[in-house]
Ligand binder design. Structure first.
Ligand SMILES: Nc1ncnc2c1ncn2[C@@H]1O[C@H](COP(=O)(O)OP(=O)(O)O)[C@@H](O)[C@H]1O
Ligand SMILES: [Mg+2]
Length: 283
């Protein structure tokens, strides 16, 4: 029987369900979730092990941002017998506690962030997981110092007093990264981190992420841009229509055939300096 491209992917991929609970940043078993009236996940199984730099790759609408919302508890899965969604082995977290394990930079956050908030306040708001800072919030000297030091490291210190709405997309993205980093999280979860950035901002951002990985921060990347997958990412998960369709080593998955099948178009995957790119396949 002839298999469709997507069915073939399932056969080629190796399900990544072997990690034990304690060693998982994320463990989804038979997770079902809706966005509005749309069924996005119908029995999702996925484990992301601690310390493994991982990219979740899929076309538009495949459920990548929804997965982030499930992890950050902006969205809850449908309860059913035998289903579970554990983050660091737990199904209940208070948001503040979770932030010290997992720093999340979502696309929505950038769109929703208060335009008038000053850069420094964007950083400091990370301590309370708030949007902007508020008069009742108090910051210790060491929290203030860490925020200043992170702005220096991220090259945005001179923008500390600029309103968020008057920054470039790349500058905003750096402040939101800084906001996630004030908790010095074990892992960072980024949603299409370089989309909307120009070439130099993209390269600078990737360099920053690579430096964080070198200093021991785990990266979990959610994207459809192959070029933003840093060489340090070793594991890939392909998702499509809310399902894991392939899961394994990056080198095995980032082939012309696999990527063409995932996105439903003929591409050639080229690589250089540990990065990958998809170009239209030749005739
Ligand atoms: N607010 C919403 N209401 C209804 N459906 C939604 C909403 N947001 C997203 N969806 C649908 O959920 C599915 C997954 O979307 P999303 O997680 O944003 O995909 P991705 O990030 O991979 O592009 C898509 O079919 C999308 O149309
Ligand atoms: Mg998305």
């Amino acid at each position: 029987m002839e298999l469709s491209a997507r069915e073939r992917l399932v056969r080629v991929g190796q399900p990544g369900l072997k990690a034990s609970h304690a060693a998982c940043v994320l463990e989804c078993r038979n997770v079902t979730a809706y966005r509005g009236g749309t069924l996005v996940f119908n029995g999702l199984d996925l484990c992301i092990g601690q310390g493994v730099n991982t990219a979740i790759v899929g076309p538009n609408g495949s459920g990548k941002s929804t997965l982030l919302k499930l992890i950050s508890r902006e969205l809850y899965p449908v309860f059913s017998e035998g289903s579970r969604l554990l983050v660091y082995g737990r199904d209940r977290w208070n948001v503040e506690e979770l932030r010290s394990h997992l720093g999340i930079v979502s696309q929505d956050l950038q769109e929703e962030y208060i335009r008038q908030a000053k850069g420094r306040d964007v950083m400091l708001s990370g301590y309370y997981s708030s949007i902007d800072t508020w008069p009742h919030q108090r910051f210790t000297m060491s929290e203030l110092e860490l925020a200043e030091s992170l702005m220096e490291q991220l090259g945005i210190a001179e923008l500390a007093d600029r309103p968020f709405g008057r920054m470039s997309t790349g500058q905003q993205r750096r402040f939101l990264l800084g906001r996630a980093l004030v908790h010095e999280p074990e892992a960072l979860l980024l949603d299409e981190p370089t989309s909307g950035l120009d070439l130099s901002a993209t390269i600078r951002y990737i360099e920053t992420i690579r430096a964080l990985m070198r200093s021991g921060t785990q990266l979990i990347l959610v994207t459809h841009h192959l070029h933003e997958i840093p060489p340090e990412i070793s594991r890939l998960v392909f998702i499509d229509q809310g399902r894991v369709v392939a899961d394994g080593d990056k080198e095995c998955l980032l082939t012309s055939g696999m990527v063409s099948a995932l996105f439903g178009c003929r591409v050639e995957v080229v690589s250089g300096n540990g990065f990958y790119h998809a170009v239209p396949a030749g005739t």
